[in-house]
Design a protein around this ligand. Structure first.
Ligand code: 3PY
Ligand code: MG
Length: 258
């Protein structure tokens, strides 16, 4: 019933590149989708987005053929269910530290018998019109991505990757840096080493490795690809807006009368 090229890319460890939305307005989502990313993750953990905003943001995103994903506010069954019901085709679950956390995330995202997702009429299945087809496709086609954001998660990476139904792991470099006691130092050798351990574990497990490059540069993107990451989140709406605006304010400064 519905196809999900991002899920296919994850299962075959092919590169797929998306971005992040923290501003909860559909106009903003349209601009981001029109830019041409393969997927967009709406951030309800840290952004301005409430769960009830997701439907309108997904309408804007899918209007341009982009795959809608969500970073849920926490590893919570109801949050995951509501985001999927509103039409997310991939769920990114923050702060997954153990295999048990990962099993909970997978169970929340899957219909029985694999999981505990409740059945209903909702936006994802066209308000029930495509109920049967959606149910048939959902467990197979929806991506479940767990975030590696702590020392503990890095130590448990092989166990987390061994959980059936985890399609990919996705590094949150800021939380990782915080967990090592160096918040914001995402360029430090400690964080780089943690990222390398995660990428190597993914290669061993045959699963896709992902990372959020919050402040992307040509060099950091190339390096992530060279290091074997195949799920790249590049920047976010707020970062692009701030960068674009700052470029022009710094250019115009010299012309303004003091
Ligand atoms: C982090 O860096 O901790 C993130 O969650 C990025 O999305
Ligand atoms: Mg984080």
């Amino acid at each position: 019933m519905f196809d999900n090229p991002v899920k296919k890319a994850l299962m075959t460890r092919r590169l797929t590149v998306g971005s992040w939305i923290q501003i909860g307005h559909p106009g903003n989502a349209e601009i981001m989708a029109k830019a041409g990313f393969s997927w967009l993750a709406v951030d309800s953990e840290h952004g301005e987005v409430e769960t009830g905003d997701l439907g309108n943001l997904f309408r804007a995103i899918t209007n341009f053929g982009t795959i809608p994903m969500v970073r849920v506010r926490e590893n919570d069954t109801l949050e995951i269910r509501r985001a999927l019901d509103l039409g997310a085709l991939g769920v990114i679950v923050p702060l997954v530290n153990t295999a048990e956390d990962a099993r909970k995330a997978v169970a929340s995202a899957k219909y029985p018998p694999q999981g505990v997702r409740g059945f209903a009429f909702h936006r994802g299945n066209n308000w029930g019109v495509n109920f049967n087809d959606y149910v048939k496709a959902a467990n197979k086609n929806i991506a479940v991505i767990v975030m590696i954001e702590s020392k503990e998660a890095v130590a448990n990476i092989d166990d987390i990757l061994s959980v059936d139904g985890v399609d990919s792991v996705f590094i949150g470099p800021y939380d990782i840096s915080g967990s090592y006691g160096i918040p914001g130092q995402t360029d430090s050798d400690i964080v780089k080493n943690a990222c390398r351990q995660v990428a190597e574990a993914c290669t061993r497990a045959g699963k896709s490795a992902g990372i959020h490059i919050v402040l992307p540069t040509i060099e950091t993107v190339k390096k992530a690809v060279d290091d074997g990451f195949t799920l790249l989140g590049l920047g976010m709406d707020t970062v692009f807006l701030a960068d674009g605006a700052a470029k022009w304010t710094s250019f115009i400064k010299g012309f303004e009368a003091k």
